[in-house]
Design a protein around this ligand. Sequence first.
Ligand code: GLC
Ligand code: CA
Length: 557
Amino acid sequence: MERKWWHGKVAYQIYPKSFCDANGDGIGDLRGIIGKLDYLKELGVDIIWLSPIYPSPMADQGYDIADYYNIDPRFGTMADFDELLAETKKRDMYLVMDLVVNHCSDEHEWFQKACADPDGKYGKYFYIQDHKEGDPLPCNWRSYFGGPCWDKLPGRDDKIYLHVFHKKQPDLNWENPELRQEVYQMVNWWLDKGVAGFRIDAIINIKKCLPFRDYPADRDDGLSNIGNMLEEATGIMDFLQEMADHTFIPHNAFSIGELFNEKEEELPLFIGDGGCFSSIFDFAPTVVSRGPKGWYAEPDVTPRQYRDACFSTQRKAEGVGYVANIIENHDEPRGVSHFLPPEGRCEAGKKMLGGLSFLLKGLPFLFQGQELGMENTVFHDISEIDDCNTLDEYQVALAAGLTPEQALQSVNRLSRDNARTPVQWDASPNAGFTTGTPWLAVNPNYTWLNLAEQRGRPDSIYEFYRLLITLRKDPAYAETLVYGKTEPYLTERDNLMAYFRRGDKTILVAGNFQAGPQDLPLPGEIKTLLLNNLNELDLDGSAVRLSGWQLIALELA
Ligand code: GLC
Ligand code: CA
């Protein structure tokens, strides 16, 4: 595997709407981010990915883009953006934008023109079909946010258009070379401006299996999960390689793809040397308990499932390419609430989970607030939910016969809004996020869970993340922690996640995924204790007695 400038870095996702509000309108903004760059530098972050900041009607919180070349006034101006970019560079940091090109907004000029003239140039930028009231739809795919993925073309009774996400997110037709050129031109415009690269949204959806046809229905609604179609679609690599050749590769840019359920044999094409992306997120732990029915039927993730999912990706990626490891993002519940059993959601447990994920081979990608151990919030009523995906899953749960209370409970566990509550900077009103009214309520635990309380407290979660970052960048250990192979250890045990990182040194990482103690046999002498999330270490000959939720990293002789 060829070595790249970003392998030894640490990345951090900002969800701008909820990061920091500088002007008191309740919405996070670019000036808020600029004001926190020194904080991110102090934490040790190198690469910052910004979720979309382009003009958007916000049907899907900015993932519905109405203009790819501008900044939404809610977030600031292009001058603010240029300043942000310059300020990151001053600090030797890299800015990564979000590339949302499976679809745009229905308020994008292209779609407006397509509606006005469906047979003209812009009609061909989308999937538009003739359709009369009462006719069957071209296919029975269920949109990711619920309901059929076809809707009436605005202003027309005889045509429909495809949207695999929200109806305000019409799919762009990648089969059209003219559209592809528009996309590449736009990507290059931002790269020429000096952004370091892109996170590439929902990209697996750009290749449809054509002609449209039905797939076996998997719910009572008669519709079929889009995954069933994607399984069959072939040829996406031609699009992705073409995009890379026209954009990322000539700019030596960093590109990270959002894809789920990629096939093992395709991995070299995605992230191998000369592949179409620099990296992809490892979503194996994220999707491990997902099923076709919806959130209400999704069981909790067990420690064994979490571990085995991480290890399976480590195995697949070894020698092929470099994945990015996450415990959460803006589409998921908070990692500590999702992957830790309730009794493990203490400071020790949160550090353990963070450390286990962070020390795997791959690019560690933190999500805002993760470094504080931010947790899921509690939604008391469905009216408190903003996210369109959650609103749909609530309806799915009701349709399956759950009571409103049960349906609310089920969406509380998995709602994307859990990750979207404002960052908890301090204990002042609204957690110091805004002087106004936040667009989404602050998690009430901000009074005790916030940065001001943790910064400088040596045993805090925040300081622990700083230690993790310092360790990974320590020249003495970087070779092993960045490039060393991951070798699972004691996988027959249930509540243990342990692995070696083998490079020029051997490092053993182990986390006790339970409240009770557990003995960890040591296959060699301890040379250095690199990390411990508790104050004591119970060493007994050739074994360590790990306390509940203890995490250690040891250099072995
Ligand atoms: C990606 C984004 C998600 C969005 C979807 C549609 O999965 O991360 O937030 O809803 O794509 O753009
Ligand atoms: Ca604002």
